[in-house]
Design a protein around this ligand. Structure first.
Ligand code: PRX
Length: 643
């Protein structure tokens, strides 16, 4: 069933793509002349010091030899687009609208104030010795200073890597080491739902054995006393507070790296996805303005965390490049109760609200009363991101939150795509519950068979993208071969997303979820390999295999099959502790089954397909298991299955 765009969403659209005809025109132009299309977009949206004349150089066919480039002869300072150029026309407009952990604890930071704070932080970081091209880890909660730190790095050409505050000391240490960070920017504690997250203490632990880090800059969020390392640790209020608010921005080349963001894959440790400056900013600015149909007076709220790509692209860089008022939310959706989002919508008169299906499902399960007692009439566009949304949750969002007066944009994209790749455009695209609908202009998706053949018309297959776009990741930090192997070796000549997708007769895309060994739990992307590494680090464990299974609230749950060492018993709480300390608080095993062995082929490969089916409660649909080295083990696993 299709939902037409409500009249009030269609009327007075700010984006030129105000209907499907205009969408088709733009999409056709972007296919026909990608360079011309994106050069026009970037000249209109980005403040370049030296305007580019060059579009794409290189491509998926040459990616083995090195990263491709967009706008290669251009020069810019990303923060000039996000701050300086707004001063004349929007100096007094609120740039960051911050809502703290306690309801109503609000800070409103104008573009003029944000510019001054970023300049001060840029001067402070320079004073602390951070130079162009060097890396800074940002391990913070959702305070404005996290965004200020990101922008200050960008201002001086340093490369930031934000690590989500839920990650453990070990995970933080891995990331610090991998990118060879010079400095860590953190805070005493993070506040979430009245709980303290010990960010400084975890940082201290992570820094044991991280010799590259010379300085730790600490923002003070509370009165909690924290351990202090004289000579290494510096308070934010001393260093930034005392710095000059004047800072002359230097222009960097378009392909200068802007940030590294670690994300999980099928194998090995998380990899540092590298995004660069000109193309990323062009793409996030364009998609943010287009998909949400951003208008000058909008109050835009994306309630993600800056630790994930959504926070980078659609709390910080896209909205600020567009001169928007962007909300930063420190707390959780259920504090002090499940009406917190709707309370904020009412108080701040939020017009665009962007969240994840997991939050929608959790809040829908609390009933409608929390929503109904608030005035949500300011809302115009509702967004979702991070995982497939089930039609029931979509309809609840549409009817109960949006009252049938808003369009829903189900935005499909990834850390690697940099910005939204498949999504409705708010005033233009009729929606269908559960469908991300149509590709953005400039995105050329294809569905493929495992052999790489292109599926035309309606069908289902592996989701690929056939042509480069400015916002895409350029490489993996320090390991371009891994970048090529991960994304460009499954399907010759195309970017492979790791997702499956169905396309219907209208050309609408329905993402079916990951087809690789990546889990998506409550919108958190985690690798089965990371869980397995944590589990087998426990002495009593010989072997482990982890798979996902459908979970009503979290989208996917984590199911671990564990084989004990000969003569040992496995303590299940120890397994969860290992995941917590090696990955983070969000890495929890939902079900653990101790099994006598894993189903393996005669060559020793674990048959995950079988384990997935059993975890899904479809153990009677296994088909032929006679090729296994020990078919008997399947019966034992099936009988003991926790379903
Ligand atoms: O499986 C897809 C799912 O999230 C994955 C990307 O995760 P990450 O890099 O952490 O970025 C999340 C925020 C952009 C994808 O491979 N995903 C993301 N958005 C959707 C989605 N699945 C279905 N529908 C979506 N709208």
């Amino acid at each position: 069933m299709k939902y037409e765009v409500p009249a009030r969403v269609r009327e007075s659209a700010a984006t030129p793509i105000r209907d499907l005809d205009r969408y088709r025109e733009a999409a056709a132009q972007a296919v026909h002349d990608p360079d011309g299309f994106w050069l026009d977009v970037t000249r209109a949206r980005v403040a370049w010091s030296k305007e580019p004349t060059e579009g794409l150089v290189g491509g998926f066919d040459t990616i083995k030899r090195g990263p491709l480039s967009w706008f290669g002869d251009g020069e810019l300072n990303v923060t000039v687009s996000c701050l300086d150029r707004h001063l004349a026309s929007r100096g007094d407009k609120v740039a960051i609208l911050w809502e703290g952990d306690e309801p109503g604890d609000v800070r409103k930071i104008t573009y003029r104030e944000l510019h001054a704070e970023v300049c001060k932080a840029a001067n402070a970081l320079t004073e602390l010795g951070l130079k162009r091209g060097e890396r800074a880890i940002i391990y913070m909660g959702m305070v404005p200073e996290a965004a200020i730190a990101m922008l200050a790095c960008a201002r001086i050409g340093a490369v930031h890597s934000v690590v989500f505050g839920g990650f453990s000391a070990e995970a933080l240490r891995d990331r610090i080491r991998d990118c060879g960070a010079e400095i860590v920017i953190t805070q005493d504690v993070g506040l979430r739902g009245s709980k303290h997250i010990p960010l400084k203490r975890t940082t201290d632990e992570a820094l044991e054995g991280s010799p590259s880090v010379k300085k730790v800059l600490v923002y003070k969020r509370s009165d909690v006393e924290v351990p202090w390392n004289e000579g290494r640790d510096v308070w934010w209020h001393d260093a930034v507070g005392g710095a000059s608010a004047e800072h002359e921005p230097h222009a960097f080349e378009a392909e200068h790296p802007l940030f590294v963001l670690y994300t999980s894959g099928s194998t090995g440790r998380p990899k540092g996805v590298v995004h660069t400056s000109g193309g990323y900013l062009t793409y996030t600015s364009y998609t943010h303005a287009t998909v949400f149909d951003l208008r000058e007076d909008d109050v835009y709220a994306c309630v993600a965390d800056v630790g994930w790509i959504t926070g980078h692209s659609y709390i910080v860089y896209g909205p600020l490049a567009n001169g928007a008022t962007t909300l930063m939310f420190e707390s959780i959706p259920t504090y002090p109760d499940a009406g917190r989002y709707w309370d904020m919508v009412e108080r701040h008169k939020i017009t665009i609200f962007y969240t994840a299906p997991t939050a929608i499902r959790a809040l829908a399960a609390q009933g409608d009363a929390h929503v109904d007692k608030r005035d949500l009439s300011s809302l115009r566009v509702l967004g979702t991101v991070g995982e497939p949304i089930n039609p029931e949750a979509w309809e609840w969002y549409y009817d109960v939150v949006g009252k049938g007066r808003c369009n829903i944009v189900d935005t499909w994209w990834q850390t690697e795509t940099g910005g939204i790749a498949i999504s409705p455009i708010a005033p233009a695209t009729p929606t269908a519950p559960g469908s991300a609908t149509l590709p953005m202009p400039g995105i050329q998706p294809s569905l493929r068979t495992p052999e790489g053949a292109v599926i035309r018309g309606p069908g289902q297959g592996l989701l690929c993208i056939d042509h480069p776009w400015p916002g895409q990741a350029r490489t993996v930090w320090g390991d371009h071969d891994r970048f090529v192997a991960t994304y460009f070796s499954t399907i010759e000549g195309a970017y492979f997303t790791g997702d499956g997708c169905r396309r219907d007769a209208d050309g609408y895309h329905w993402i079916t979820g990951r087809v690789d060994d990546v889990l998506n739990v409550s919108g958190h992307r985690m690798g089965t390999a990371e869980f397995e590494a944590a589990i087998v680090s426990v002495d009593s464990v010989a072997e482990a295999a982890v798979v996902g299974y459908p979970h009503d609230l979290k989208g996917q749950g984590v199911y671990a099959y564990v084989v004990a060492q000969e003569g040992e018993t496995v303590d299940l709480t120890e397994l969860n502790q290992a995941c917590r300390s090696q990955i983070g608080a969000h890495a929890k095993l939902d079900k653990i089954q101790v099994v006598p062995g894993l189903p393996k082929t005669r060559s020793g490969k674990v048959m995950r397909r079988i384990l997935r089916k059993i975890a899904e409660g479809r153990g009677d649909e296994l088909g032929d298991t006679s090729t296994l080295a020990d078919p008997g083990v399947v019966d034992v696993i099936r009988e003991g299955a926790l379903v």
